[in-house]
Unconditional design. Structure first.
Length: 166
């Protein structure tokens, strides 16, 4: 059991983060297609937060607007091994995106009872993943900062803070 637990604890976070990244990149890229732009129109048009975008941006422009944010959030989340704080920002933005998508269940008449409602409900799982990746990336940033301080101390690079005015 210990081996299975160890593998699950090592692979689970990687699969969770990069599955979300893959979906964001895929769905974000699809926002540039006319079919996807038409597909999200009933959801966005009924939203009091986002429906106004159709006036200045049109159908395709509004879809691309959302696609840019999805791709950007996905790319930011993918930076976790190198830039955990950037990854945390991507996860935080995903939380906002997934809550926005889930709000369509309330603002779009009949959506919950339709097949599209089930598709939108997937964002509840993605929301949980984004919350987890946010916490994990922030914890990694804390560990990274601690290791940087320890490394400086070991190399004798620490300096005393001199607060005297000169």
């Amino acid at each position: 059991m210990a081996v299975a637990e160890r593998w699950a604890n090592r692979l689970g976070p990687i699969v969770t983060r990069y599955a979300i990244v893959a979906l964001l990149l895929l769905f974000g890229a699809m926002k540039w297609t006319p079919d996807e732009a038409k597909g999200i129109m009933p959801l966005v048009a009924h939203s009091p937060l986002w429906g106004w975008l159709y006036g200045p941006l049109g159908v395709q422009g509004t879809s691309i607007f959302f696609g840019v944010f999805e791709v950007t959030a996905g790319l930011a989340m993918a930076t976790r091994p190198w830039l955990p704080l950037v990854s945390a920002a991507g996860s935080a933005f995903c939380i906002i995106m997934f809550l926005t998508t889930l709000s369509f269940l309330i603002t779009t008449p009949g959506l919950l009872a339709s097949p599209g409602g089930g598709f939108v409900m997937k964002d509840a799982v993605l929301l949980g993943g984004a919350l987890w990746t946010l916490g994990e990336a922030l914890a990694a940033r804390g560990r990274q900062t601690s290791m940087e301080v320890i490394g400086r101390r070991e190399r004798g690079v620490h300096r005393k803070l001199d607060c005297r005015f000169r």
